[in-house]
Write a protein that binds this ligand. Sequence first.
Ligand code: ADP
Ligand code: ZN
Length: 817
Amino acid sequence: MHHFIDVLLPIPLQKAFTYHITKAESEFLEIGMRVAVPFRKSKIYTGLVYKIHNNPPTAYDAKTIHQILDDQPVITKSQLQHWEWIAGYYMCSLGEVMRAAMPNAFILESETIISKNEKVEVKDTELKDEEFLIYEALQYQSSLKINDVVSILDKKRVLPVINSLVEKGVINLQEELYEKYQPKLVRYVKLHENHKSEAKLQELLEELSRAPKQREVVLTLFSMEASERRPIKVSELTDRSGASSSIIKSLIDKTILEEYHLKTDRVQFDGEGDADTKQLSEAQLEALDSINSIFEEKPVALLHGVTSSGKTEIYVQLIQKQLELGKQVLYLLPEIALTTQLVQRLQDYFGDKVAVFHSRYSGNERVEVWHNMLKNSEKAQVVIGARSSLLLPFNDLGLIIVDEEHEQSYKQFDPAPRYHARDAAIVLANFHKAKTLLGSATPSLESYYNATQGKYGLVELNIRYNNVLMPDIELVDLADKYKRKRMKGHFSDRMIEEMAETLDEGFQIILFQNRRGFSPIIECTTCGNSPQCPNCDVSLTYHQYRNQLRCHYCGYNSAMLQNCQACGNPTLDTKGFGTEQIEEEVKVLFPDKKVARMDLDTTRGKYGFEKIINNFEQRDIDILVGTQMLTKGLDFRHVKLVGIMNADNLLNFPDFRAHERSYQLMAQVSGRAGRTDLRGKVLIQTYNPHHNILQQVSTNSYKEMFAEQMNDRYNFKYPPIYRLIKITFKHKDYNRVNLAADWYAKSLRQIFKANVLGPEFPPVSRIRNLYNKNILIKISPNQSLGKTKEAILKIDNSFNAVKDFRAVRVVLNVDNY
Ligand code: ADP
Ligand code: ZN
């Protein structure tokens, strides 16, 4: 028997905390169960049992646990191993990984209040003894706390009892509490037993001959029951029969119909799951064969297939095969909200087997997916999700697909764990002896480099499905157009001509501008001053729609100014432009066309994206203006023209990846033009039409871009040749940040010499009143990453021992892509 457990808490502490357990608890507890434990000033936290052992802690007296929350582990062994790898590799605590992984509803942070559900009548006989004790207590008291339940039942493990009462609908748990999860109940109806036989039904129909609407409902239900042989929802019956819910209610009251409830998953699917998969083209089949043969030898394959080459249909075949083998598949996407189209497509093929793990879903929906996975339920065989779905409890994973693998949003920036989902996916797959398929029309230099080195297998798919031609890309020289006065606002004559032609032919247009708002900078034409954010070192952006100035870093906003704050003159002018201004100009150029905008400002809320995407698909929108949100794997059939309003601010971005990213972004946006059977047209407006990247985009020369960029990366010691660790210091006091960063850099230089860059302030050096300063460590390919991190952690420990520095936040970012 064991006396102690180590408990993982969802906080950035390096170590798990040790608690004392009783004999009974020791017999019951397993690694991966949740426990509620006291921690710091008697706050109660939910933690996970991480180790069970006999070693009392040396530095403190072990407290006892508060209660046990599960009767079975809620995480799996391989899941925990994978979390450990993430914590180690990305230099954060296991508790931080746990925090990122577990739905909020799993983590208790305050005390639950239990109250009686007044709407439900309970027969004593339906309740087990312990359940009855609680039910009875609630007859005398309006509410109970978990602690009260612990004393009523005289045991610590009360959650199963409480859960069961919740499931029976006897009690309610209140907000912010315990398990926020409540199964959702759906109303069903059936014909009452009394009328089931044919003779009885006949009788009933005659009775109802003077109530034709009710008669219609009964007939409809009868035929639905006969033909579908499954429970019929009240909502289906109202839809099908056209009857109002009050008619159904009166039929229930007359005991002609009987109502009942079933627990359902909140996440409902429309797809039937019986669509036949498409017959692959010859090129697709070849690619599929290559992937399969690579998987016989290597764990990772990279599918480099141009936009619209039909990569998704290849994924579908691979998924199908895994399902036949009884294995799970994880389908990773950079941004799940943008992919309703894909989810729909997969649900058409695989129906209920598809589970979506969505950051915008409520806690309940996420808990449902978690439980389904833990049970290895039929419902969680194909999991679609953004990066955090990597952290779910997989049982028997066969394949991970990382779609759009080049997307930078796969890397988490804040908070820790700052993991890269593509890389962490490959590790996860290895734990399961599964395969990973990376897919992209514009692979990251990292992955393509790994493929050229033979580390990954490489499959190239160079033609579009149905042999649709790649779009015709034309560069428009803005300097020339301005000089010859061929511009209207931000639109060149070429752009306007092509737009008019496209609209005349009845096709749609996408316009890309990578900045939102109306104009990024307001500047006084008298004194040159621009209004700044009071909390960040950055100019405010003008949003015309709300007549506001806004900060895109901290959300600060104020009404638009009439006069310059520096010189007092009413000469504030806008400089640069954003999506909002483009939208305005389009409305003036094409007043009778429908224009919409898709950027962070128009897509808030759970269905923000879906609405715009649907309207565009339904052709209720002729011209869609947007930011990079537009680039992510959308498949529209009627877009003939794509306009990139200004390529230069992409190319000039101060980052060693700016050119790679510009290529990816422009190639991806261009890829939205022309699908199925029509050739698309792309216009790129720029002051630098001879820029190599623009030449490469317009000739679709990925490999040239790769070779040239790799050359730079070699020369300047950047990834994928060298690895990077970025260390950021944050504090509200400018001097303290400087001192701290200098101290740290000096210590690092003693070991890593010239491979330490900085400290340097980033372009925006103050955000939310905190100064930021960065140090970059470049790690050569033959240097041990493990040893490097050890050395950094040692320095970090000494740093934290300096009193003046303790308040400075240090952020470690490994593989800062
Ligand atoms: P990608 O993911 O490479 O951009 P998609 O898989 O979205 O390409 O395919 C582009 C379009 O071609 C989609 O509309 C898709 O339905 C269609 N398509 C692809 N493969 C097939 C196929 N084998 N049969 C019929 N249609 C296909
Ligand atoms: Zn700000």
